[in-house]
Design a protein around this ligand. Sequence first.
Ligand code: ZN
Length: 165
Amino acid sequence: MALRNILTEEDPALYKISRPVTKFDQRLHTLLDDMAETLRASNGVGLAAPQVGVLRRAVLVVETNVPEGEEEILLELINPEIISAEGEQCGSEGCLSVPEQFGLVRRPEKVTVRAQDRNGNWFERVGEGLTARCFCHEIDHLDGILFTSLAERMLTEEEIQSGEF
Ligand code: ZN
């Protein structure tokens, strides 16, 4: 496994539409393993392949809604699609490609995603709260959308420091 470089917002690759994954081979597995290591090293909750310069529809999302004492689950979502969404939440959102900036973004409270695993098997997964936000945010990356373009407003330095906004 190897750490990959995370592109930042000035990189044009982050604004492109990623292509579907068609080969579920060793190359994909290496990409996913490298992304997992990169995500862990940066303490993020999600990472999309285009953020490491690979314009393919693959994302990682950390499922943080787990029973107390259990480990968080790292979800691999290949060719993910949101098939249903309900409710609404508006809260602070950030991105490893937009370091140290946060904005208020409105997202559904609960989403169901359909995706393939690293071997090409389809599955569905429901995410709530932060996980729903993360599903939306990472899938947006596959369509070249950064949260900064969706934010109702960006938070000020003082708001980020105090946690009050
Ligand atoms: Zn992001």
